[in-house]
Ligand binder design. Structure first.
Ligand code: GDP
Ligand code: IMO
Ligand code: MG
Length: 422
């Protein structure tokens, strides 16, 4: 059986949590492969909104196995908070959630380093979520990391202290004040809780499950435009958010990848710094933010909003080998008289469709304007009943990108999902 991947094609927050939850009934296993508590994946059912950071979004389905893969970085304190919040809603967590022994740990000092680096960068700061992601992945690739499997070592505390000492010596180079005890709150309790779960070399588990005919859905975090190699570097996260990341983050071969579901919003948002060619610093941007409730699920920061950027979307589709497109949040644009979609960039007088290398270029988006739709679409379940202006917009995107839109999400609830019959 193949592993399908569901991932974001823009700058994150495309609606991955909602759609992983909506698709979970079709799968046996849901596995996260990268990122960490920088992710905030929201899903809604029975009028309750849940936000997950580390736990895969299949957790509310009582017959599904959930795996946190080796590519994820885990903050034990966040893990504990999340498990405590989940307990009233999700049963048998210790039997349904398995954690890779190879996943790296985020230490309290990684969070301090994250904040110290950002403070030092000043105007050029990334806009990190300050969850310790960059420093934790730096230690991983620098071969200095502590991993989940290490917590079973009887000398773990001594190991931990040696890492803290190393970080504290780095922090002496910054004028950043901190109280280590404050940052350590909940961390050791989280370590104790992690020990109650199955800690395994999950690469064997995932491959065995596939081999025995189980269906696995790999859940991406962040989005392709935040990928450490292909995003707008350095304004990116520190992991490979793309489909290739599922191979390294779960220990699976590219030959067993099946569908690659790419999610995009009908417009664009970005939280944090970095280029955003179609950003709207006007009342249209404000309308998208307010109607779309575009405030970060992890940090609460207002998201920057703008029109759909097709050159960027097509680039993401190429990098991921996207086989199907899922569009979210078209309901947010209901009532807009006209909508715009960027089809190329004008840079120094030249019109191009490729994403440029530099971040300091002045990019002028070239737009196609279309009629909007004026109907509330959130209660619709039949693709063929959607307003013609919206289906025309979707056809325009499909033609530009060469990939079909097979799902349209029209609201945050798991029921507000239209599966399009091909
Ligand atoms: P993720 O990080 O990709 O899982 O996305 P987030 O959860 O951070 O942000 C997406 C936000 O949009 C959440 O508040 C979702 O509840 C909401 N959402 C998802 N799909 C839709 C949709 O189709 N329409 C509307 N109005 N909201 C949606
Ligand atoms: P989900 O999975 C949106 C952004 C941050 C910052 C940059 C680097 O919910 O889509 P980091 O903390 O990783 O060092 O931050 O990446 N960022 C996200 N933006 N959604 C996310 O995750 C994000 N995770 C990180 O705002 O600009
Ligand atoms: Mg999010």
């Amino acid at each position: 059986m193949k592993v399908d991947i569901l991932l974001g094609l823009q700058w994150g927050d495309e609606g991955k949590g909602k759609l992983v939850d909506a698709l979970s009934p079709d799968y046996d296993v849901i596995a996260r492969f990268q990122g960490g508590p920088n992710a905030g994946h929201s899903l809604e059912f029975n009028n309750i909104k849940h936000v997950l950071h580390l736990i895969p979004s299949g957790i509310f389905h009582s017959d599904k196995l959930n795996i946190i893969g080796n590519g994820v970085v885990i903050d034990p304190a966040v893990f504990k908070k999340e498990i405590d919040e989940l307990k009233p809603y999700a049963a048998d967590l210790t039997s349904r959630l398995v954690i890779s022994s190879r996943a790296n740990l985020i230490l309290p000092t990684h969070r301090i380093l994250d904040a110290a680096y950002e403070q030092q960068k000043g105007f050029t700061r990334i806009g990190s979520t300050l969850k310790g992601i960059g420093p934790a992945y730096t230690d991983k690739t620098g071969r200095n990391g502590l991993r989940v499997g290490d917590i079973l070592n009887k000398d773990f505390k001594t190991l931990y202290m040696s890492h803290v000492e190393r970080h504290l010596s780095l922090l002496r180079n910054f004028s950043y004040e901190f109280d280590l005890k404050e940052f350590e709150k909940g961390w050791f309790e989280g370590i104790d809780l992690l020990k109650e779960f199955r800690i395994l070399n999950t690469e064997y588990l995932v491959n065995e499950l596939c081999g025995s005919g189980k269906k696995v859905l790999a859940e991406g975090a962040q989005g392709t435009m935040l990928d450490v190699d292909f995003g707008s570097y350095p304004f990116v996260t520190s992991s490979n958010t793309i489909s290739a990341g599922a191979c390294t983050g779960l220990g699976i071969s590219p030959r067993i990848i099946g569908e690659v579901f790419g999610i995009f919003k009908a417009y664009c948002t970005r939280v944090g710094s970095g280029p955003f060619p179609t950003e709207l610093n006007d009342e249209t941007g404000d309308a998208l933010r307010n109607t779309g409730k575009e405030f970060g699920s992890t940090t609460g920061r207002p998201r920057r909003c703008g029109w759909l950027d097709l050159p960027a979307l097509k680039y993401s589709i190429m990098i991921n080998g996207t086989t199907q497109l899922f569009m979210t949040k078209a309901d947010v644009m209901s009532g807009f008289k006209t909508i715009k979609v960027c089809t190329s960039y004008r840079i120094e007088g030249k019109e191009i469709k490729e994403l440029p290398f530099g971040n300091d270029l002045h990019i002028e988006p070239v737009y196609t304007e279309m009629a909007g739709w004026n109907q509330d679409i959130s209660a619709m379940h039949d693709y063929n009943k959607l307003p013609v202006e919206l289906t025309g917009f979707i056809e325009f995107i499909e033609k530009y990108c060469g990939v079909p839109v097979t799902l349209v999400s029209v609201g945050p609830d798991r029921e507000e999902t239209i599966f399009r019959k091909q």
